[in-house]
Design a protein around this ligand. Structure first.
Ligand SMILES: [Zn+2]
Length: 220
């Protein structure tokens, strides 16, 4: 046992380690209990995203956004539970390994936040997921997309207004060099209508990126 794990074990006697979903007490080195593993796994899904005139892009989503996981994702996105990213990314990694097992990813990127939102929240939850996936897939993290416009929050709008709201908000970060012939995995937290990823894919494809795949933590 290394020093960090020893500290975690000692700390767990004072502050018991809890499952991020059901909050039951678990071993100091786990983030999820056995019951929750069997409840959330096996629900991954492959989704096709069509971005205007381009061929569809495949997106794997790790689990269903249901009552079981809602609270944990909410805590992760809005209440500073950044360390949940490690556990969430493991589920995403399992999905990527299942559905894209023959694909070698050179680059991982994420849906960006607008600078003002990033300052307010302090972190981009999709970037945290992407960075853990980068380690698991032995790839390079590349912040290739920039969000130019601080538009209204997608999940606060009706489905009919979401497509219009997201149009033209992303651009390419030209300070990053990428070999466009290699595979890029684009990461986001939740897919609902798919409009956010669709707009990101469109921006990438218009700029010559053709080998794009997507992964999200959950689907609605
Ligand atoms: Zn649990």
């Amino acid at each position: 046992m290394n020093f960090i794990n020893l500290c975690k074990k000692i700390l767990s006697f004072i502050y018991p380690n809890k499952c991020i979903y059901c909050k039951n007490i678990i071993e100091y080195d786990k983030t999820i209990c056995g019951k929750c593993i069997s409840s959330i796994r096996g629900k991954s899904k492959l989704i096709k995203i069509s971005a205007e005139n381009f061929p569809h892009t495949l997106c794997v989503s790790a689990f269903k956004y249901d009552d079981y996981v809602k609270s944990a994702i909410w805590q992760f996105k809005f209440h500073g539970m950044q360390y949940y990213a490690e556990s969430f990314s493991e589920e995403m990694y399992i999905g990527v390994s299942d559905y894209f097992k023959d694909v070698n990813f050179s680059y991982i990127s994420c849906v960006p936040l607008h600078e003002s939102k990033l300052k307010k929240r302090g972190y981009n939850q999709s970037e945290l997921l992407a960075r853990f996936l980068t380690k698991k897939l032995n790839a390079n993290f590349v912040p290739i997309l920039i969000k130019n416009k601080n538009n209204l929050t997608q999940h606060e709008l009706s489905f009919s207004k979401r497509e219009e709201n997201i149009k033209g908000v992303y651009s390419i970060n030209h300070n990053i060099y990428i070999d466009k012939s290699k595979n890029l995995l684009l990461c986001d937290d939740i897919i609902t209508t798919g409009n956010t990823l669709k707009e990101c894919i469109k921006t990438l494809k218009e700029n010559g990126f053709n080998n794009i795949y997507c992964v999200t933590l959950a689907y609605v």
